[in-house]
Structures are given as structure tokens and as C-alpha cells.
Design a protein around this ligand. Structure first.
Ligand SMILES: [Ca+2]
Length: 248
């Protein structure tokens, strides 16, 4: 009896191990297949920018559906990855040089983020952005944002669209209720309106601003156009319809 049950245990044990390993092998095969499929690209051939990369970012394009962080605009510099009014970074390379603006909840990484580039970037601070009752939406601690905005500035993002279709856009922003727009692959795709004026550059709101459609999956060049009067933290793209009408 003892021998039989030992044998049964051995058979079941072997079978169990076999099933686990064959499951793992199949999963690995599936991953390899996914990775070997090159992402198709609709990015214009003349575009010289590339996704942002640094010590903590991989250099992969930001993904749609998902959150597009404004401060993670592409690498490539003035006239390629962005257009900015003046060469100083008035956040990381200006305001945040003052010890008072190097908050204990952040590190040098946040204080000095992309300080060699002209786009004006800063991060949310305890004394300015959350410990007050004037927010419509409380931003995350150390949330990067693009500020000190001027008329006709723009930022480029190489984005990886996983599913073609129509997307709702929500923005985390502060101050003016201005209009902004997005191009897809260098053609105007949508004009959006920020829903309300928060009355202050450190009173934040998160709300729906419009929709945008991508006609196919893969890499696209998304250009964000804006004017004077806002801080912009991020945009969230949520798929609302896989049918596409008038998509770029
Ligand atoms: Ca600047």
C-alpha cells in the first residue's frame, strides 16, 4: 500500500511539475512573439526627436491608452522636440535653485529635472500645491508640470498607441480656461477647451477637455500646442470608441 501511494505521489508530482513548466514555456513563447513583432510607426520620416530617456526612464514612448506626462516631452531640443519662448528653464533652472524651493519631500532629481532644456518645468510643492482648500483636484506629491507657458509654444511626444480609436482626454492643469490643441503626425487632430479657470497657477483641476482619434495602432507623433497662462501636469487618454470617424 505504502509503495502504491508513493508511486502515485511521484506520478502526480511529475505531472504537476510538467504542467507548470509547460505553462511557463508557453507564456515565454507568447512574450517572445509579442516582442518580435516590430511596432508599426506613423511618425513622419523627417522627425528627428525621440522618446525621453534618463536614469529612471527607459526611453520607451509613452503609451495610449494611459497617462501622458507633459514633462516627459521628447528629446531633440528647440525646434525639434519643443518650441519654447526663451532658453532658460524657469523652474528647474531658475526658481528651484532657491533653497526654499528644494522641498524635503523631493530630491535633486525633482528640483533640477531637465534643467538644461528651455522648457519650463517644476514639481508640486507642499506649501504651494496641496496644503490648501482651493484645489478642485489635489495633485500627486512631486508631480512634474510644464509652467511659465507663453503663446504659441509646443511640445512633441512620440506616443505608442496600443488600440486605434476615439479617446476621451482628461487634463490635470491649473489656472486659465484656455484652448489647447493636438496634432497627430503634424496635422491638427483636435482643439480642446480646459473646463474652468482655477484662478491661480497652484489651484489644480482635473477634467475632461475633449476627444482625439488615432486611425491605427503603433507609434505616432503627438504635438501639444498651448498658450500663455497655464500649468500643465498630464493628460489621460481613455478609449471610448473603437470605431473611427475622421481619424488621423
Ligand atoms: Ca523657457
Amino acid at each position: 500500500m505504502k509503495k502504491k501511494s508513493t508511486l502515485r505521489l511521484a506520478v502526480f508530482g511529475t505531472l504537476f511539475i510538467f504542467l507548470v513548466f509547460s505553462g511557463l514555456a508557453q507564456e515565454k513563447l507568447r512574450e517572445d512573439r509579442l516582442n518580435s513583432n516590430p511596432i508599426q510607426s506613423s511618425v513622419p520620416a523627417n522627425y528627428k526627436g525621440r522618446p525621453f530617456v534618463d536614469s529612471t526612464h527607459t526611453g520607451r514612448a509613452q503609451v495610449i491608452p494611459g497617462k501622458l506626462e507633459c514633462a516627459f516631452y521628447d528629446l531633440g531640443g528647440e525646434g525639434v522636440a519643443y518650441h519654447d519662448f526663451e532658453t532658460e528653464n524657469r523652474g528647474s533652472g531658475g526658481l528651484n535653485l532657491a533653497p526654499r524651493h528644494q522641498r524635503p519631500h523631493a530630491t535633486q532629481y525633482e528640483w533640477a529635472f531637465r534643467n538644461e532644456e528651455a522648457v519650463d518645468v517644476s514639481y508640486t510643492k507642499d506649501f504651494a500645491d496641496f496644503n490648501h482648500l482651493n484645489n478642485y483636484y489635489t495633485p500627486e506629491v512631486n508631480q512634474f508640470y510644464v509652467g511659465w507657458t507663453e503663446d504659441n509654444e509646443w511640445l512633441n511626444y512620440t506616443v505608442d498607441v496600443k488600440i486605434a480609436g476615439k479617446y476621451k482626454i482628461d487634463a490635470l492643469y491649473a489656472n486659465s480656461d484656455s484652448k489647447i490643441s493636438f496634432d497627430i503626425n503634424q496635422t491638427t487632430a483636435t482643439i480642446c477647451k480646459l473646463p474652468l479657470n482655477t484662478g491661480n497657477f497652484h489651484h489644480w483641476n482635473k477634467g475632461e477637455i475633449g476627444t482625439i482619434s488615432f486611425s491605427k495602432p503603433g507609434l505616432h507623433l503627438l504635438t501639444f500646442h498651448y498658450n500663455k497662462g497655464n500649468n500643465f501636469a498630464y493628460f489621460e487618454f481613455t478609449l471610448v470608441d473603437k470605431k473611427i470617424q475622421g481619424a488621423k
